[in-house]
Write a protein that binds this ligand. Sequence first.
Ligand SMILES: Cc1cc2nc3c(=O)[nH]c(=O)nc-3n(C[C@H](O)[C@H](O)[C@H](O)COP(=O)(O)O)c2cc1C
Length: 192
Amino acid sequence: MTAAGVTPTDDVRTVCVMVGSLRKAAFTGRLARSLAPLAPSDMRIELLPSVGLLPHFNQDVLDEGVPQVVGDLRDSITAADGLLIVTPEYNWSIPGALKNALDWLSRLKPQPLADKPVMILSSSPGLLGGARVHPPVRNILHSMDARILARPEVQISGIAQKLTPEGDGIADAATAEFVAARLAAFGEFARR
Ligand SMILES: Cc1cc2nc3c(=O)[nH]c(=O)nc-3n(C[C@H](O)[C@H](O)[C@H](O)COP(=O)(O)O)c2cc1C
């Protein structure tokens, strides 16, 4: 059983999704919620709880025991076959709440991202699609021994115009096709 109570079969891979933004109407949250219909039939997409639920990392807190919310996050990631990180860039780098979540995970033993297949997807209302968040996130993931599907990077520019105006979906056909292809590639990568 996974943390979500789903029993995986040999055929279905569970991929969990971590979102780097905390705000309710986040484009990255909407993008994350639009992934399931684009995923291959043998991939189950599971959204993780907001990284905003985690306390700030503090070794003193960890010394008293792994907080429940951190342990739950660890269990969901451990049970999954892969992790997608869907995030904006903040000031050309990684949003603090996402960094905080990765810092927590990095201090756990066993460390849940070691050997875990991971793909980063970024978006921005601007022209660069959050391109500059990839190197810092990748660098942190390397330090944690994650297996990263690096290329081609998913960087969605002009995200406001590419999502459906209502509900969660990708309206732009080329973007939807590209994301679907990357999810399929990630499924293959996670199997290797
Ligand atoms: C603290 C902060 C820093 C930002 N820095 C960048 C940046 O470096 N590059 C960029 O394209 N957009 C930047 N933005 C704008 C975000 O891309 C935009 O607010 C976006 O909607 C945030 O993602 P979300 O919709 O998923 O919350 C920044 C926004 C905030 C709040």
